[in-house]
Each structure stands twice: as C-alpha cells, then as structure tokens.
Design a protein around this ligand. Structure first.
Ligand code: HEM
Length: 511
C-alpha cells in the first residue's frame, strides 16, 4: 500500500513539475522567445551543462552552435552570454538605463559584505555616490598621470627587489600593486620585507576572487540556504563566510584608522581618505569614504595579474621582447629608465602592453550586468534580473576583429602603409557602459610603466636546467578574475649598466 502511495506521489510530483514547466515556457513565449541555448532540465535548468573550467571556451562553442546571444537557466535564474562585442555595446552602453544593475550575490555580497564595494553594489543612489568619489580619485587619464611619480617609485622598488630575488616575482608583484593602492587610498607606505597591511589586503582580495566565482557556492543559486545553521554537517561554507567577513571588516577599518591617527598627529601623507575626511567630516560620509577606499582593493588583483601575464608573454615570445627593448634603447638610451611621459615615443612598447591585455584578459567574462526591467533585444526576451555576461575573452579572440587571434603580435596595433591598426583592446577589456572599470586609466598607466622599465633592464626568458629548456605551461585558474598557474621564468639584468641604473634610481629617491 505504502509503495502504491509512493508511486502515486512521485507520479503526481513529476506531472506537477511538467505542468509548471509547460506553463512557464508558455509564459516566456507569450512575452517573446528567450535566446536559444542548450536544453535544460525542469527545475534545475542547465546545471549539468555548466562548465567548471575555462568557461569562456565552452561559452564560445555555444555561440558557434546557437548564435551570439545564448541563454541558459540555473534553478530558474536566467543567464545570458554575449559572444559578440556589438551586443555588449548595444545593451550595456546604448541601453545603459536598463543594463547597469548587478545581481545579488548572496555569499560574496550579503554574507561576506563585499556588497558595500562598487563592483558588487546594486545600481542606485549609493552606487552613484560611491562611483563619484572613486572617479574624483582616478576617474580620468589626468588623475592617473598625477600619480605617475608614485607609480614610478613603486616600480623602481619592484626592480630592486626582483634584482635581489628574481625567483620571488609573484610575491614582488603582489607587494607592488598593494603598495600603489595603499598609498593612494590611505597614504600608507609599505615596509621593507613582509608588510602586515599588504598581507591583510591580499587575503581579502583572494577571498573576494574565490567568493565571487560563479557557481562556487550553492547559496548563490539557492539563497534560502543562507538560513542553514552553521553547525549542520556540510555547512562549513557558513564558517568560511564569517571568517571572510571579519577579514573584510578589518581590511576596511585598519588602514582607515591609520589615516585618522596620522591626521590627528599632523603627519598624514595626502591620500584619497585624508582628502575626503578633511572636506567631509560628517559620519554618514565616513561610511561612504571607507567603502569607496575599500573598493580600490578589488581592482588590485586585476592589475597584478596583468603584470604576471606580461612576464609569461615575455617568457614565451622572445622576439616581441627583443623588438621592444630595441625601441627603448633607441629612444631612451641606456642612462635612464623610461617614464610615463615617454609613452607616445614608444609605440611598440605601448602596443605590447595592449597585446598583454588582449592575449589573456584577466576578467574573461567581465562582471554580469542585470536588466532592471524586461527588455526585448535582437528579437529575444531578456527578463528582468537576468545575469548578462559579456564573453570578453571571445570578443578579444574573434578572428573578425583580430587576425591570428591566438598569436602574440603587438604589431597588430601599429598601422603601416596598406594596413590599418586592429581595434584597441582597452575598448573591450575594461567592460562597458555605466559599470565600465573606473580603475582603467590607473591600470593602463601601471601596466605601461611596469612593462617599460622591466624591459629596459631585464632579460626575461625560459629557465634552462641541466641543459634542458623548461617550457612554461600556459594554464589558467577559473573564476571571475583569472591568473596563470605558477610558471618558471629566468629574470636577469640586461647588462652591468642596467644593474647600476636600478640601484641608482633607488638611491636618488632615498636622498
Ligand atoms: C588590467 C587591469 C584591469 C582590468 C582588465 C579591469 C577590468 C574590469 C572589468 C571588465 C570590470 C567590469 C566592468 C563592467 O561591469 O562592465 C571592472 C570593474 C571594476 N574595476 Fe577594473 N580592471 C582592472 C583594474 C582595475 C583597477 C586598478 C581598479 C582600482 C584601482 C579597478 C576597479 C574596478 C572597480 C571598482 C570596478 C567595478 C565598477 C562598477 O561596478 O561600477 N579595476 N574592471
């Protein structure tokens, strides 16, 4: 008897699900068809189709099968992937009044607390206020250039440390990007050796990257799970969320308190926080300033990983490296280092930096934009709240835009008789519309200066061990922000003169 009930119950449940599915599909078609995509299952949708590594490749192959706008669902959440940059411009820029919101991310945003920072903030008054503060610091090319001495100083420190310890490249890149942001945001000068604040910020940034990784936490798809008690077996992620929330809280408060204390002592170095605290001491503003300063952190990892991509590219493509060095030698000579002001005189080095951005974009799928209301785009229904992800990686490897897209060829950005330059990748790599990366000028300037001075003084090559050349494996992590897995490279001064130059730059600054 009980088996009969079980069969009836199961049968009824299946019938109900099927009915809901038909009604649901019917409702969709009444409003317009959703973009095509792999066929999912009732209720769970495309759970079994979603890739867990190199997502951008799978999405690109879906594009070849279903077209430039592909849609899937996960437990009822619509996800749209754009495989043509034109759709990204048409939706995020031309219809920016609709497509400027962000999705609610339960784990990273609500539970850890990153929703106080710009990248995760929903569109609205708070977003506009934070973005405005942010833009006042680094929103234009002029702002970035105003920081050129600071950028150059940190990069010279980087050269000196790498000269001393060439095998600790990753650690030194981390320290340099941390130092740039901490000084700009708080007027904090990092210490020699390990710096507690760089370590703290680094930890929080790593946790940001893990917690915003699409699909990393089931609670993002089923938000009701956030009410599961932390003691329940399998709820270890809740403890993790608490530890990460504490780290983020400290990352916001500790450097902020440092600036306040320096200001009271009259010893503060001018910074984003000190400037805003002086002009706006009211407590409501204090939270805004704290959150805007903390928003700077989330950008650190992107700048950092572009520098790592540069070292990987130079290890793999010695020909491009030689051409860039020849340009620096001819234009700058050997008795000084290039500066940001030399950029216009170094077109090949500039093109090489653009190619680093294009070759392996650090944010391959951008951050999702969400429409605030239903939209009909290219004849398809894009329901309110859909996660719309631009496949930036595909845009930058589209053979219609870039010839031989998988090769590393800086020349593609230099026009020559009978050949026009290919599209500037900065029009793609930094995202779109009202959510375009506000750190782009700073990122662009930092990448140029760190590439130019590194090329001026170092030879970067493959490691040779026991007479055998070690080929670096080009393999990437997954997630919102990606970076290459550890690889070996040899970094040596180009000449005795280069070595003198690195030391001299440091000593001149110290006097
Ligand atoms: C090569 C380096 C960088 C790349 C490739 C990059 C790329 C991006 C992309 C693709 C987005 C999403 C844009 C969109 O939603 O359409 C973004 C957003 C953002 N970036 Fe960057 N970024 C870089 C460096 C930086 C730096 C150095 C900072 C800060 C110092 C920064 C701060 C931000 C912030 C705060 C957002 C969120 C903006 C918003 O949601 O309104 N980024 N970035």
């Amino acid at each position: 008897m009980s088996r009969l009930f079980l069969v009836l119950d199961t049968g009824a449940a299946v019938l109900l699900v099927a009915l809901l599915f038909v009604v649901y599909r019917g409702r969709q078609s009444a409003r317009g068809p959703l973009p095509p995509g792999p066929r999912g299952w009732p209720l769970v949708g495309n759970v079994f189709d979603m890739p867990s590594t190199n997502e951008w490749n799978t999405y690109m192959s879906w594009g070849e099968k279903w077209g430039d706008i592909v849609s899937v669902t996960l437990f009822g959440q619509h996800i749209v992937i754009l495989n043509s940059v034109q759709h990204a411009y048409d939706m995020f820029e031309k219809k920016s009044n609709i497509y400027s919101d962000r999705p609610v991310i339960t784990m990273a945003g609500e539970m850890v607390g990153w929703d106080r920072t710009l990248a995760v903030l929903r569109y609205g008054k708070r977003f506009r206020e934070t973005r405005k503060l942010f833009s006042q610091l680094i929103g234009t090319r002029n702002h970035a250039e105003r920081f050129s001495h600071h950028l150059e100083h940190e990069v010279h420190q980087f050269l000196r440390r790498v000269l001393r310890e060439p095998t600790s490249l990753l650690k030194e890149v981390r320290k340099t990007t941390g130092a740039v942001i901490l000084k700009m945001a708080y007027g904090y000068e990092v210490q020699e050796g390990d710096d507690p604040l760089v370590d703290l910020v680094d930890r929080a940034v790593e946790e940001f990257s893990i917690s915003t990784r699409p699909g990393a936490f089931l609670v993002d798809t089923l938000p009701v799970l956030r009410h599961v008690p932390a003691w329940m077996p399998g709820a270890g992620w809740k403890k993790k969320a608490q530890v990460w929330a504490d780290d983020l809280e400290m990352t916001c408060n500790v450097p902020y308190a440092f600036t306040q204390q320096q200001m009271s002592a009259g010893t503060a170095i001018p910074s984003f926080t000190s400037a805003h605290l002086e002009s706006n001491p009211d407590p409501e503003q204090e939270i805004l300033i704290k959150n805007a300063a903390a928003s700077l952190y989330s950008g650190i990892s992107r700048s950092r990983f572009s520098s790592i991509h540069f070292f990987l590219a130079m290890t793999c493509y010695p020909e491009a490296q030689r051409k860039a060095q020849a340009e620096i030698d001819a234009v700058i000579g050997n008795d000084r280092l290039p500066t940001l002001a030399d950029r216009d005189k170094l077109p090949y080095v500039t093109a090489l930096c653009w190619e680093v951005l294009r070759w392996q974009p650090v944010v391959p799928l951008g951050f999702p934009h969400c429409p605030v209301k239903d939209d009909i785009h290219a004849g398809y229904l894009i329901p309110k709240g859909t996660l719309v992800s631009p496949n930036i990686w595909k845009f930058l490897h589209d053979p219609d835009t870039y010839a031989n897209p998988f090769d590393f060829e800086p020349e593609r950005f230099i026009a020559s008789p009978g050949k026009t330059a290919e599209k500037d990748p900065r029009q793609i790599v930094f995202g779109f519309g009202r959510r375009i990366c506000p750190g782009m000028y700073l990122a662009d300037a930092s990448l140029f200066i760190s590439c130019a001075v590194s090329l001026a003084v170092f030879d970067i090559s493959k490691v040779v061990r026991d007479g055998k050349v070690i080929e670096p494996v080009i393999d990437y992590t997954s997630g919102t922000i990606i970076h290459p897995r550890p690889f070996e490279c040899s970094i040596k001064p180009r000449s005795a003169n280069a070595e003198v130059l690195i030391t001299a730059m440091h000593e001149t600054r110290e006097k």
